[in-house]
Design a protein around this ligand. Structure first.
Ligand SMILES: Nc1ncnc2c1ncn2[C@@H]1O[C@H](COP(=O)(O)OP(=O)(O)O)[C@@H](O)[C@H]1O
Ligand SMILES: [Mg+2]
Length: 205
């Protein structure tokens, strides 16, 4: 067993904490290569997610992820809401048969489906300087492992987000900047790093 219903709620709660703490930073990153709203979008979205999750009772991890998905899709303006929302919706669907607890293989499959959802929705690929550049290496790590090493998970996500600094953006708003997008970390990659850093924290306790 890897993730219980309570773990999945803790994951979202910890992600929310990081998003709220780093709201200004995410906005600063998006000011450099986007329109400066990523911190606001994520902060608002995860506030709404927490309001929903707090008052709900869940039997399965799939139900938790479905509420996260629907809230992000409906409450967040900007590209990131529908993208994260689609990821959680696909993860939810992938975990439908799992019930109260999710094992490592099912979770890896869910991340795989989540990433496919992001790609399907946004039509970007690895190397375009988006959140995909964090999701893809995390998925690769999970696929190559037999269990999660939380420290390795956090390091992989950290290295991946730092690497977006050196990529020229070819998708999303940052693509309009061309070469000027280089030397800036992608904001969505940073928020995805918070997501996986939070997951690593949940899995290490
Ligand atoms: N087509 C796409 N595929 C994957 N991720 C994307 C795409 N477009 C944008 N993103 C991600 O969304 C982030 C920007 O989110 P946000 O600022 O909230 O939305 P917007 O770009 O609409 O202002 C980017 O940094 C990038 O990581
Ligand atoms: Mg933006």
């Amino acid at each position: 067993m890897l993730l219980t219903v309570q773990d999945s709620i803790n994951w979202i709660r910890l992600t929310n904490g990081k998003v709220q703490e780093n709201r200004e930073y995410l906005t600063t990153l998006d000011q450099a290569i986007g329109d400066g709203d990523h911190g606001i979008n994520m902060s608002r979205g995860f506030n709404e997610v927490m309001s929903k999750v707090h008052v709900s009772e869940y039997e399965t991890v799939a139900e938790v992820f479905k509420d996260v998905a629907m809230t992000l899709i409906s409450k967040v303006g900007g590209a990131s809401g529908p993208l994260y929302g689609t990821a959680f919706l696909k993860m939810s669907t992938a975990l439908k048969g799992n019930g109260k607890e999710v094992d490592f293989t099912s979770f890896t499959n869910a991340i795989d489906e989540g990433l496919k959802g992001i790609v399907m929705r946004g039509k970007a690929k690895e190397g375009d300087k988006t959140m995909i550049d964090v999701w893809a290496p995390v998925l690769k790590l999970l696929k190559e492992s037999e269990e999660v090493d939380p420290e390795q998970l956090a390091v992989t996500a950290k290295v991946a987000v730092e690497a977006t600094k050196h990529i020229k953006a070819t998708k999303g708003r940052a693509a309009y900047l061309g070469d000027r997008s280089i030397e800036h970390i992608d904001p969505g990659a940073m928020s995805s790093y918070y997501l996986f850093e939070a997951l690593a924290e949940v899995l290490s306790t």
